[in-house]
Design a protein around this ligand. Sequence first.
Ligand SMILES: Cc1cc2nc3c(=O)[nH]c(=O)nc-3n(C[C@H](O)[C@H](O)[C@H](O)COP(=O)(O)OP(=O)(O)OC[C@H]3O[C@@H](n4cnc5c(N)ncnc54)[C@H](O)[C@@H]3O)c2cc1C
Length: 428
Amino acid sequence: MPRPTFPSYADRCGWNAMLPPRTPRPALHGNHRADFAVVGAGFTGLAAARRLAELHPQARIIVLEATEVGEGSSGRNSGFASPTDIPGGTSPAALASAAAQDRFGEEGFNWLVALTQQHNIDCGLHLSGRIKGAATERGEAIVRSMLATVQSLGLPHALLGPDEMEQRIGTRYYRLGLFTEGGYLLDPAALIRGLADSLPENIQLHEASPLQTLRRDGPHWRLETPAATVTAPTVVMATNAAIKQFGHLRDRIVTIHTYAAISAPVAPSTFGTQSSWGLLSCHRLGTTVRRVGPDRLMVRSLYAYENGLPEPRVRDELRRRFHRRYPALAHIDLEHVWGGTTALTLNGAPWWGQLDQGLYGFAGCNGSGIVKGTVLGKRLAEQIAGQDSTADILAAFGTPNRIAPEPFRTLGFHTIAAIERRRAGAES
Ligand SMILES: Cc1cc2nc3c(=O)[nH]c(=O)nc-3n(C[C@H](O)[C@H](O)[C@H](O)COP(=O)(O)OP(=O)(O)OC[C@H]3O[C@@H](n4cnc5c(N)ncnc54)[C@H](O)[C@@H]3O)c2cc1C
C-alpha cells in the first residue's frame, strides 16, 4: 500500500458539521504549469498564497489541498487566536522574546481581522479575554507565578478564586483562575472557509488533490496528485507535520494528535455569567475548555505521538473530562468528537524558510497556528519575493532543536509524556 502523504481523520470536524454545507473546489486534473504551487490550504498555505498573489498579481498560483477546506487542522482547532501572550517571565531576555513574538502576533492578527472585515467572513471573532485555570496545588503555583509577571508588567488582570470562577464559568472545578485581556475566540472552520472562498482571482484552489510525489525536474519542481501534475519553479510546502512524508524536517518536528469535542446544548445559565470565555490550562498537557455560543461547551484534551488514539477511548476520555468539570451535566453527551494533528518542535520554535532551491516550507507552530501560521505564511511569501525577513523571524522565534533519532525519540517522548501526564493530574 502507498504511504499516506496527508493526515486523514475518522470523524468530521465538529465546527464544520455545525456550519451549513459547503461545496468544495474541484480536484485538479491534467498537466499544469504555475508560477507558484502551494501545498496545503490551512492558515499557513492560504496566507502564503494570498500574499504571493498580492506581490505578483500576474502570476498563476495553484493551491493543492489533500482533503476539504475546514477538515484539516486549521478547521479542527479550538479557535483561540490572540495577538499577544503573557511573557514567560520578567527577565530582560524573556520580555524581549515576548515583545518580538507579539509584534508578529499583532501583524498576523491584524491581517486576519482586516480580511474578515473586507470579505465579510462571519467566523464569530470576538474579544473574550483569556483565563489560565488551575485545578491543583501545583497548578495554583504556576498561576501565581503568571500573576507575578502580569502584576510587574502592569497588565490588566483579575485573579479569580473558586467562587468567582463558578460565577463566571459555572463550575467549582478550578481553585484559581487568572483572567487577562487580549484573548480572542472564533469559529476556526468558518474562518478558514471564509479565507479560502475569498482568495484573489489569480489563485486556483483545488481540494481533494493530495500531493503524492514532489521531485525536481530541471529548474522546476514537479508535483503529482492522483489526477494531475503541476510544474512550478517555486513551491511552498504548507502541510504542517505532513512535510515529513516528503523527506523534510524529520529531525526537527514530531506529529502530535490531539482531540476536541462539543457538547449537546444545555440551559445557557449552566456556563456562568460571562457570555463568552475560553480557559487554557496552566499545564501544557492540561485540558482547554471554552464556551461555544450560549449553550454548548468545547473540551480539548489528550495527546498522542505520531499515531492517533482509538475513537471510543477518545470519546470516553473527553466525556469524562467534561463531566468532571460539570458533574450536574452527567446526563448530557458530547455531540461532536474529533481529532487533529499538529507539528511539535522540541523547543517550541517553528521551522520556517527555504528547504531547497525554489522550495520553501513552514511547520511547527504547535498549538498557536491560527495567528502564527498566518503571519509566517505571509512572511514566507515576502521572503520568496526578495523582501528578506529572515533575521527578525529567527530573532523572535529561534530555530527548532534537532530531535534524537529513533528509537530514542519514541522512547524519550513516551517517557516525558508519562511524567507530564502524572504532573498534570486533575489539570487534564
Ligand atoms: C484539536 C486542536 C486544537 C488546537 N487549538 C488551537 C487553538 O485554539 N489556536 C491555535 O492557534 N492553534 C490551535 N491548534 C493548532 C493549529 O490548528 C495548527 O497550528 C494550525 O492548523 C497550523 O496551520 P497550518 O496551515 O500550518 O497547518 P494545517 O492546518 O495542518 O494545514 C495543513 C493543510 O495541508 C493539507 N495537507 C497535508 N498533506 C498534504 C498533501 N500531501 N497534499 C495536499 N495537502 C496536504 C492538510 O489537509 C491541511 O489542510 C490546535 C490544533 C488541534 C489539532
